[in-house]
Design a protein around this ligand. Structure first.
Ligand code: PLP
Length: 382
């Protein structure tokens, strides 16, 4: 069992930061990697042609390890989830049909589909009842997949309240109907185990600044075979055949790099952000996402028991994640009072829809959770 890893971060004692779903705090070693990257540009003459490629290879390898996928060259660097998903939406082999999404989904996995006019979004509503809500939601998603489905484009968890989506069952249904499975892993990969071997999605897109604990502006994406012949949304030189031959760059090439590498963002050799993302992924692999879940579960257990006993509503444990979940208020408690109490007790969480979104990590300690419980109980008694 992991112990608290707070000493690896630069967090102040005064604030209880239970909001990794908003943005992870910076690990000391990630910050150091970034500073080294900044300083490296003092001496550009030391940056060699091979340096444009080698850190990218390391990032690919680490991401493969993290998601248990065999083919490192299917992983690419992306600047944002929306960028990664734009490449998916433009290159889906089924050129028309329905895209199954869920209610209240993050816009980065909605707008790319809305902008492709041949697709029709089919939104699966959140069940009204919280009890067994996750189970019902998954059943409704499965029911919506049919021969008209071009893709299911969904998260592993809902970004607002951590509802778990049953990707294995969804994968089975999409296979049966020759539909793609596109996963936005931004709110899960790094903190919740993701096993490529079990799910085999067609695309997995992750912004890097939340659960991958990297910098803002660099994330990772996996593109499966389905996208091997596609046309990327940008035309950068480094994704063309023979790009590593700097002397021959103006022998312009028609061919992209093979397979998924064509979807990598321009200037992905980013000498500051990339070493930061690498340092972060290395640490996450050492911790192991399964252990991160266990840590968060143990950390929150007593608090959630108390809150439930006092009328706060939290989804059933087996239908939500432990690193990200929603707390819904009893009827007589108003959100404004809760927000005041959270502020007074210096607890940082997010408000998403009708839920208080709590998203702990291994830097959190019982003191943080006690403050959260204290703030909510104080609001109850006002
Ligand atoms: C589920 C999900 N996807 C993606 C993002 C970020 O998207 P982008 O990288 O396009 O800014 C967020 C940010 O909160 C998110 O919650």
């Amino acid at each position: 069992m992991l112990t608290c890893q707070r000493d690896k971060f630069q967090l102040q004692g005064k604030i209880s930061y239970l909001n990794c779903a908003y943005m992870s705090p910076m690990m000391k070693k990630v910050e150091k990697a970034g500073i080294n990257g900044i300083m490296a540009k003092r001496k550009p003459y030391k940056i060699m042609a091979e340096d444009f490629f080698k850190d990218g290879e390391t990032a690919r390898l680490l991401f493969s390890q993290l998601i248990n996928s065999p083919d490192t060259n299917r992983n690419v660097l992306i600047p944002s989830a929306s960028y990664g998903l734009a490449n998916v939406a433009k290159n889906l082999p089924k050129k028309k049909g329905e895209i199954v999404v869920v209610e209240g989904q993050f816009p980065s996995n909605i707008y790319p589909w809305m902008s492709e006019k041949a697709y029709k979004l089919v939104t699966i509503a959140r069940p009204k009842d919280l009890q067994n809500g996750g189970k019902k939601w998954n059943e409704d998603i499965l029911m919506a997949i049919n021969q008209n489905t071009a893709a299911v484009a969904i998260g592993h968890v809902h970004w607002a309240d951590g509802t778990l989506f049953d990707l294995r069952a969804i994968r089975e249904a999409t296979r049966k109907h020759h539909a793609a499975l596109v996963i936005d892993g931004t709110q899960s990969v790094g903190a919740l185990p993701f096993d490529w071997q079990q799910i085999q999605p067609d695309a997995l897109i992750c912004a890097g600044y939340k659960w991958l604990m990297g910098p803002y502006g660099l994330g990772m994406a996996y593109y499966g075979e389905m996208f091997d012949q596609g046309t990327p949304i940008e035309n950068n030189w480094i994704n063309r055949k023979d790009a590593e031959n700097f002397a021959g760059l103006v022998n312009y090439k028609e061919q992209y790099l093979e397979g998924s590498l064509r979807y990598e963002v321009g200037e992905h050799s980013n000498f500051i952000l990339l070493p930061m993302l690498i340092a972060a992924m290395k640490q996450i692999i050492k911790w192991d996402p399964a252990s991160i879940q266990d840590y968060c579960e143990a950390l929150m257990k007593d608090s959630l028991h108390t809150l439930r006993e006092n009328g706060f509503r939290i989804a059933d444990d087996d239908q939500r994640a432990h690193h990200l979940f929603g707390i819904r208020l009893p009827k007589n408690v108003n959100m404004e009072t809760v927000q005041k109490q959270l502020k007074a007790k210096k607890v940082n969480v997010s408000l998403r829809g009708d839920a208080i979104r709590v998203s702990p990590h291994v830097y959190n300690q019982p003191k943080d959770v006690n403050r959260l419980t204290g703030a909510l109980m104080a609001a109850l008694h006002q």
